[in-house]
Design a protein around this ligand. Structure first.
Ligand SMILES: Cc1cc2nc3c(=O)[nH]c(=O)nc-3n(C[C@H](O)[C@H](O)[C@H](O)COP(=O)(O)OP(=O)(O)OC[C@H]3O[C@@H](n4cnc5c(N)ncnc54)[C@H](O)[C@@H]3O)c2cc1C
Length: 425
């Protein structure tokens, strides 16, 4: 059994794990990273096990709004980089900031158990190591959410996580369940190859184009999660009125309460009849889908683009303050009241939440680790407050969705982190 008790273990070398590593490094905190993949990049490395990225995938947030401010994406990248470009960018970060030497690849954590104030970490080979602290950065997109479908379908049913290319859809009658970003991207992919493309939609998402006023949309709508001024409102209204011309369910939420669909093609395809909108599924029999509005149609393949559930299969829920519901209850989606050396990073999603927030989260974790090690009264107060206030941020800002624990209010989140970074802990 190897001993690494003075080190922190980060699980995951995606954008979050890399940002956390850089922050620990700057605070001179020794760490290792385990990743089950063969390289950094998380989902953006299409070869990462269970990566939900497909060949046509580009970012839906613009590069300038997403990239770490300490390391902008290259000028020659387009506004919405492809997954390969994002992967290269993340490799470049790992190289530039000397993170690679700390990473052990092809190492999947299957168990993390606390023991006498340390963490015993078991990997898929059965090897156990002991660490002084644990930071979970395994990403929000690991366990696909599959909806209950009444009846039995004899065609092929997959989750969008396993969709890689439109080759799968050639000459097929395709049904996509859902209407988020992946659903719309896959529908647009399918239009060029499939025999027919339907989308089953229960409640609508807002659709925005990739550009407004010739600028990336998220750079025009700059006021974090709100449409700030009159011109923006008019612009968005003009575009949203386009949605009224298509057979698309009216969204029931406010525009930025969920991640809007950022897609410049889907509306045209809907208007020209390349994609048909269907209601929710009532029942399935053999290859026939019956809808709640009484219509029915036959399909060769169904793709459930129905999102993900938060899952940390290697650690008992109780350590994460997760007694019920779909997510752990963590102060700032980061700190558990039960362990002062256990942290969750990157359990967040919101429109206009750039990757800098992950780096700031890393700076805060580093600060808390140092304070806890020094056992200061400020640190004691921080943990006491975390314990007493532990659900405030998490519950106040989570939105209703299958993956609701990831959706946060970026304004509250960043403000709270900034406040904590400015005081002694
Ligand atoms: C189709 C799609 C498009 C997206 N587009 C955008 C976008 O445009 N802009 C944006 O900001 N976000 C986007 N996202 C969100 C995306 O999740 C984030 O960009 C980012 O990848 C999250 O980084 P992460 O490091 O937290 O997680 P991940 O990228 O998921 O990385 C997690 C890492 O943990 C490793 N890991 C997991 N479990 C274990 C284990 N048990 N042991 C060891 N290693 C493990 C994995 O191998 C992986 O490398 C998109 C997501 C999807 C699905």
């Amino acid at each position: 059994m190897s001993t690494t008790e003075d080190k922190i273990l980060i699980i995951g070398a995606g954008p979050t794990g890399l940002a956390i590593a850089k922050a620990l490094q700057e605070s001179e905190i020794a760490y290792d990273i385990y990743d089950r993949s063969m390289d950094v990049g998380g989902i953006w490395n299409i070869d990462t096990p269970d990566s939900p990225i497909y060949e046509s995938a580009h970012m839906v947030s613009s590069k300038d709004k997403t990239a770490f401010s300490f390391h902008p994406m290259p000028d020659e990248y387009p506004d919405y980089p492809s997954h390969t470009q994002v992967y290269r960018y993340l490799q470049d970060i790992a190289e530039t900031y000397n993170v690679y030497p700390h990473i052990l690849f092809n190492k999947e954590v299957i168990r993390a158990v606390p023991q006498r104030g340390l963490w015993l970490i078991e990997d898929h080979t059965g090897t156990v190591a002991t660490y002084g602290g644990l930071i979970i950065a395994t990403g929000p997109y690991t366990r696909p959410h599959i909806p209950d479908i009444a009846g039995s379908y004899t065609g092929r049913l997959i989750h969008s996580q396993s969709y890689k290319s439109a080759d799968l859809l050639a000459d097929k009658r395709v049904l996509i369940i859902g209407n988020g970003n992946s659903a719309c991207d896959i529908a647009v992919d399918a239009v060029h190859r499939a025999q027919s493309v339907d989308m089953s939609i229960r409640s609508g998402h807002y659709i925005l184009p990739k550009y407004l006023l010739e600028k990336p949309t998220d750079q025009v709508l700059y006021d974090r999660g709100d449409i700030a001024n009159r011109i923006e409102k008019e612009l968005v209204q003009r575009f949203l009125s386009d949605m009224d011309t298509i057979d698309w369910p009216q969204p029931k939420h406010e525009i930025f309460d969920r991640y809007p669909v950022i897609n410049s093609h889907i509306i045209d395809h809907l208007k020209s009849g390349d994609i048909a909108v269907r209601s929710a599924i009532a029942h399935v029999e053999e290859d026939t889908v019956r809808y709640t509005d009484g219509t029915e149609a036959d399909y060769d393949i169904i793709i459930a683009a129905t999102g993900y559930e938060i899952s940390f299969p290697f650690i008992h829920h109780r350590h994460l303050n997760w007694s019920q519901g779909t997510r752990p209850e963590l102060y700032l989606n980061t700190f558990t009241p039960w362990h002062r050396n256990l942290f969750v990073a990157g359990m967040m999603d919101a429109y206009d939440l750039g990757w800098d927030s992950r780096y700031q989260q890393g700076q805060l974790i580093a600060k808390v680790i140092l304070g806890t090690r020094a056992d200061t009264s400020d640190s004691y107060r921080f943990w006491e407050r975390t314990v007493s206030d532990r659900t405030r941020i998490a519950t106040a800002d989570a939105m209703e969705s299958p993956s609701k624990g990831m959706l946060i209010n970026p304004l509250t989140f960043e403000k709270e982190i900034q406040k904590l970074l400015a005081i002694n802990i």
